[in-house]
Design a protein around this ligand. Sequence first.
Ligand SMILES: CC(C)(COP(=O)(O)OP(=O)(O)OC[C@H]1O[C@@H](n2cnc3c(N)ncnc32)[C@H](O)[C@@H]1OP(=O)(O)O)[C@@H](O)C(=O)NCCC(=O)NCCS
Length: 150
Amino acid sequence: MNIHSLGPQELESCVAFDGLAAAQWWSREQWQAELNKPSVLCIGIQECFDLYALVCGNLVINELHISFLAVHPSYRRRGLAKKLMLELFLRARSSGAENATLEVSTMNSKACSFYNQIGFETHGIRRNYYRNGSDALIQWKCLKGNHTKG
Ligand SMILES: CC(C)(COP(=O)(O)OP(=O)(O)OC[C@H]1O[C@@H](n2cnc3c(N)ncnc32)[C@H](O)[C@@H]1OP(=O)(O)O)[C@@H](O)C(=O)NCCC(=O)NCCS
């Protein structure tokens, strides 16, 4: 499996992967917009054009805003998300990012454990942030130096 940057030419793969791994969080139009933004880094782990993991983050001055992360359900707990996030951090750092942030649902205990494991800390909460009424934890991680656990 290899890590690749993803762009507009991978639109259909990203839409299909989102449906498979993340319950279609984004519409086709949203994917099209994200994949065309110069400030967005989209990276995938692929083999023979099949996607196994996908992350997207938007560079906003010196911050990396992570907007999408999912791993194929059959390939979880094999270190793919961690590998992808470390690559995203490296690329964001070389573009000037000093911190990374994201929101995660309080109900998504697996993702909360994952983010904690890779060094994110909770710095706030957004009440009723998601459509199902759950709250979002605002997570931050300093990208300067090596603060990733494990
Ligand atoms: C969250 C997610 C991206 C993790 O991907 P993954 O490739 O399985 O994660 P990794 O294998 O890199 O896990 C690294 C570490 O994170 C923690 N972790 C990951 N998944 C976990 C789980 N289900 N339960 C508890 N801890 C978990 C563990 O410490 C793990 O290390 P270990 O396997 O040596 O114990 C994946 O479960 C997923 O795609 N979930 C659905 C989409 C989603 O919720 N995305 C996040 C939205 S905010």
